[in-house]
Structures are given as C-alpha cells and as structure tokens.
Design a protein around this ligand. Sequence first.
Ligand SMILES: [Zn+2]
Length: 171
Amino acid sequence: MAIPQTFIQELLDRTDVVEVVGRYVTLKKGGANYMGLCPFHGEKSPSFSVSPTKQFFHCFGCGKNGNAIGFLMDHAGMNFVEAVKDLAQNAGMQVPEEDVSPQDRERAAQARQKQTTLTEVLEKAGEAYRKHLKSSPQAITYLKNRGLSGEIARQFGLGACSRMFGVPRPV
Ligand SMILES: [Zn+2]
C-alpha cells in the first residue's frame, strides 16, 4: 500500500511530535526543548529531548532519534502504515488509500474479470469469422478483388460472416 509522500509531509506538518511522544513519556519543558526519561534505554536522569521546532526527538544517552512516525514505529511497535493512520486520525486527516473500501476493491476486481471475459469472447468470435472466411471462396474472391491478399487478411484478422448477410461478406 503506497501512501503519497505529499500526504506524509502534510501529516507531519499538522502533527506535534511533542504531543505524540507525550502520550508515552512524561515531558518537561527545558529551554527550547522538552526533556524526559528516554523510553528506549533505562536511565534515572532525563537525556531524552524533543524539539517542537525541529519536530524531532533525540536521546543523548542512546542516540535514538526520529520524527513522530519514527517514534510510533520504534516505541509503540507500529508499522509505517499503522503509524501514519494513527497520526492521521489524530490530525483529523484521511489517509488517501483508505478511500478504497473492501466493497470498492471487490467491484474493481469484478469489472476486471468481466473485461477479460469480454476480450476472450471477442477473440473467439474473431477466430470463428476467420475460419469461416478461409472456407468461403466468395469472400476470398471479394477480398482479392479489393486488392487484399490472404496474407493481409490474416494480418488484420479479417473474417467473414454469412449468417448476417446470406452471402459471405468480409466483416
Ligand atoms: Zn535513550
């Protein structure tokens, strides 16, 4: 499942990493950043910092860092899509691919199947017409009189149908 990069960017613009990390870690404002006990390694004094301006978290103890999506993946054990969906829900945004409901997918698959069947039917019909042309001297003469050789007739898949016209005619 592919999520457009533009959507990810907009999602991150509308997301506050401080709020996301704050769901799991108690953060205290210290200067421009927020500090807390790192959730990725055991520590007694906070070396885990979250920057609201850079929208990044960074641990001076273990070196873990990333954005809001990365935090949810690393800390909450979500995969990329789950993290994006979680943040989108929070931001009141709709993940583009979620528009496709299982019903819509089913309908699309059926339409494809129908198209395939139709193509097969047309191919079979064309084959029948071509066979008919081969066994119809009048049709062959007709085509030859019009300057079409058997080779060209084959190449263009020309066929004849006698049921429709009584007399074999090229179709
Ligand atoms: Zn750490």
